[in-house]
Structures are given as C-alpha cells and as structure tokens.
Design a protein around this ligand. Sequence first.
Ligand code: FES
Length: 369
Amino acid sequence: MAKTEVQTAKPSLESPLAMLAELTHRCPLQCPYCSNPTALSPRSDELNAAEWAKVLSQAAALGVLQVHLSGGEPTARKDLAEIIAAARKAGIYTNLITSGVLLSHKRLEQYQDAGLDHVQISIQDSDAENADHIGNYANGHARKLEAARMVRALGLPLTINAVVHRQNLDHLSEIIALADALDAQRLEIANVQYYGWALKNRTALMPTREQVERATAVATAAIEEYRGRMAIDYVVPDYYARRPKRCMDGWGSRYFAVSPRGLVLPCHAAETITGMAFSSVRDHSLEWIWRDDPAFNRFRGTGWMPEPCRSCAFKEKDLGGCRCQAFALTGDAAATDPVCEFSPRHEEVAALVAADSALIAPPGYLYRH
Ligand code: FES
C-alpha cells in the first residue's frame, strides 16, 4: 500500500452489530463477479465447527446481534446445522446467504431445527438460460426457484438477492416480479462492486449509462409499487454516482467478516488490498482484533483522511467512501474514493465507464475460478 499520513489517535469505538461468516470458498457456481478472493482458501484450511462456535461466542460477547452465514456456498459444509446451532446458543440471529442449488427440504428442516432465522437466495437473472450461463451451472435457476419455495413453505422469511450488471440489467422489471412471485419479503438489487473477480471481468459487466438510467427509473417506481409487501433495496452503481457510498458504515465501525481460514477482515473484500496484514481468530481473540488490530484501526473514523476528504463537509456522512474501491482504482487504499466528484481522479472513472461499457465482450469471455 502506498504511504500516506497515518492517524495518531484512535477514534471512539462502538460495538460491531453484524458479522459475515465466510464458512467456505467452495461453491458449485462460478459467477463472474464472485466476492471470493481470487486466491481461494483450500478446504483443509477451513475453521472447523468447534472453531466457529468459539468465534460466534466471542462475537456475541462483543455485541454482535446478527451473523450472515455465507461463502462461497455455505451449504457445501456438512456441519452447517452445527454452526447454526452454535449461533443460536450464542443468541445471534442467523441469516443463511445461499445460492440455493444444494438445498433440499430435509436440509432446510435441519437448519430450521438448529435455529435458522432467515434465508437469502441469490438469483442471476429472471431468464433461466441467461441465469445459468452467468452462474455457469446447468439447471441452477430452476433449483433456486424450488429452494425459494421450500423456504417459504417452511415459514422462514426470504430475501432475494439479485446482482445486476450489463448482462441482466435490462430484465430488472422481470427480476422484481419474480421476487414478488416467490413471496420474498425483501429484494436486494445489488449492482456489481468492482474488486476481485468482478474487477477482472469489468469490461463484460459494466452497464451503459442508458441501462443504468432505465433501471433506476424501474427500481424507483417498484419501490413505491411494492411498499408494504416487499421491501426493495437499490442504489445507483458506484461508478455512475457523484458521491461515494458510506461503505461498511465506516471501516471497523459496525461490521466485520471472518474468512474461511479465520482471518478477521474489516470488510469482505479487504483482502483485495494487497500489502495489508489481517489477524486470525486462531492467534488472537476477536475482542483484541476489533479494538487493537492495526488493520482495523487503519481507516477507522476520519483521522486517516487525506485532502480533499479532510476538509470536506460530507466526511462524517460518507466516511471517505470505499477503501477497496480506492485501492482498485488508484493502487492506494488511503486515497479519496475516485467515485467522489471531489476526487482529483474522478474524471478517470467517467472515462473508464465510457470505455468499458462501450466494449462488447466476445462470447465466453469471462474469468471464472
Ligand atoms: Fe471494502 Fe468498501 S468494499 S471498504
């Protein structure tokens, strides 16, 4: 990481509220925007169920109220029910984030009996053929729909997550209608974030300005239309925004992630910032990591900020935007997020969007892991 001025005093510390437990990097799908790091942890390095139980108990003691059980594909683990039970024992609300393709009624019942509170299923598109192409998994879309119906039949609350990009954004109306037909209580429309795999595949995924404008109008109307029946989350994609997002609600502020081999990360994509070292739950307590790990304190609060952020009226609002994005676009995680219109490099983002969205990627052009 490039050298910048480093903060000298720690800002006041709040408790984390949520934890992302990345139980494995294994996954039957191969989405081109996968949030796994490009170097995957092997199964032999994964924390076992007893180690996860210890992490969950320490997380509860720190104040964590909610755990997102994710991956990779968390249902690829045979001991998932054991991990859910450990979270329940620790008094933490559990949300299973899954592709759904490995779920069966019996397994879902086991998870529910162990204490599972909520399920989030990702879909790749409303169009089955395109969805299976994006996920690189035959008949995956049909299995996801079946899984979503099983979730609702068991009375569990359901969120549908749809990652959107150039290859499916024109189907947004149909995606929204599909989530409603599946009786989802919430739909998250997540624009691709360009780090890791998505950064490698950016030219195939970057939507055009016209697509984004149409999709924003569709989402805005749908938020009103479905209000009271299905909550819809939608934000304009970063590269088309004028202001950066308040990423993670602030680095080391309310949230952390634990990787399959036990590294504790201030955000799920933090390993994309090369040159930063992260601590493991195998070597330190979660409490020490949350309070004292230099990686957690590096971008906490506002003291680390360079100009123009330091004198900016919005600095408490956006907390400097996204560190992973700043690193991906500038090579310096401490730089002003270039998505911000006040960044000296903002024009580069506009040029990059124009160049990427104009490219027509040849068929089959996708990096997969
Ligand atoms: Fe890592 Fe924004 S995704 S700080």
